[in-house]
Design a protein around this ligand. Structure first.
Ligand SMILES: [Zn+2]
Length: 60
């Protein structure tokens, strides 16, 4: 029943209470391991590209 049922949008690992931050570009949670990494930036770009192209299909 807790609200920390979040997943890091970069590595898809489950986030625990104190190891994440919100990425303000995509408004999604990111774990401290991925925060400020090149991988995070790449995922942000891909995510924004998808939004821009209207290709949000829910499949990966
Ligand atoms: Zn992560």
């Amino acid at each position: 029943m807790d609200e920390f049922d979040k997943i890091c949008f970069v590595c898809k690992n489950k986030i625990t209470e104190n190891n994440w931050q919100l990425n303000s570009e995509v408004n999604l949670p990111v774990c401290n391991q991925c925060k400020d990494t090149a991988k995070e930036q790449k995922t942000v770009e891909e995510y924004l590209d998808e939004l821009a192209d209207g290709l949000v299909c829910g499949c990966i």
